[in-house]
Design a protein around this ligand. Structure first.
Ligand SMILES: [Zn+2]
Length: 137
């Protein structure tokens, strides 16, 4: 085992997160490595001194003050806003399809008129005096 691995295992051992197999490997390494043994004893000493620190008592108002100073979230959630925009987009698509269909129907009616009575239609499209009328004179 390398010393780097042993250091990692020492940390895991102190947090009670090292399995039995790795723990045995660490013990074997520590029997032959003075520097890792020293690291382990230093870590243990630090851990015990941290545990001996008195638990700080926080005033009652601190909790409320922190919560009051937290930034307020908007009422509408992100997901809600998304759902609304999807609904709007769907409506826009449906409206667009309907409008396109109506325009198509109107256009088709105009085409029918043009084939039925072509001359009349061209007078209509050029206003009161058509180009054809201008050439006739
Ligand atoms: Zn070592």
């Amino acid at each position: 085992m390398r010393c780097k691995t042993a250091e990692r295992y020492i940390s895991l051992q102190q947090d009670n997160e090292l399995n039995a197999k790795r723990n045995q490997a660490l013990c074997r390494h520590l029997q032959n490595c003075a520097s890792c043994t020293s690291i382990q004893s230093c870590n243990l000493a630090l851990q015990t001194s941290l545990k001996e620190l008195p638990q700080a008592e926080y005033p009652q108002w601190l909790h409320h003050r922190i919560l009051d100073n937290l930034p307020r979230q908007k009422k509408q959630s992100w997901a809600g806003g998304r759902a609304l925009s999807y609904a709007t987009a769907s409506l826009a698509i449906i409206f667009g399809l309907l409008a396109g269909t109506l325009v198509g129907i109107k256009g088709y009616e105009g085409d029918e008129l043009a084939t039925q009575n072509e001359t009349e239609y061209s007078y209509i499209s050029f206003g009161e005096q058509s180009l054809m009328e201008a050439y006739d004179d």
